[in-house]
Ligand binder design. Structure first.
Ligand code: SF4
Length: 121
């Protein structure tokens, strides 16, 4: 059965089709316009991953929420769990951009880091 994906590699948005070879020798990918799209389709079909961008609680600053993101991608099935784990995180200012607020989230090997600097006060 053919799986369909929309490539998010650039604004062109190529429609990708993936079939698993009947002899188990790999994947047949169609619809891509560049190597990046072919790789995306194979990744999305076998191990879909996502970056997570959200906020965590912040103390000691005028802002009450600190924007954060994962330092890399996590398995798609972990996205909700990452968000749940971040509900229990509170950071105290000052905060540096790139500062790790939660290391190795859910054992993925990926850290969650601040995406902006926040001064105390
Ligand atoms: S396959 Fe290449 S050209 Fe097409 S959307 Fe993906 S990145 Fe863009």
């Amino acid at each position: 059965m053919t799986a369909n994906y929309l490539c998010i590699g650039c604004p062109l948005g190529c429609r990708l089709e993936v079939d698993e070879m009947v002899d188990g020798s790999g994947l047949e990918v169609r619809g891509f316009s560049c190597k990046k799209g072919k790789e995306f389709a194979a990744q999305e079909h076998t191990d879909p991953r996502r970056s997570v961008t959200t906020t965590v609680a912040l103390s000691g600053a005028a802002l009450t929420r600190l924007p954060v993101k994962t330092s890399g991608t996590v398995p798609k099935g972990f996205v909700r769990g990452v968000c749940v784990a971040l509900r229990g995180v509170r950071v105290t200012a000052p905060v540096l951009c790139g500062q790790v607020v939660l290391a190795d989230v859910l054992g993925t090997g990926v850290d969650v880091v601040a995406t902006r600097e926040v001064a105390a006060g």
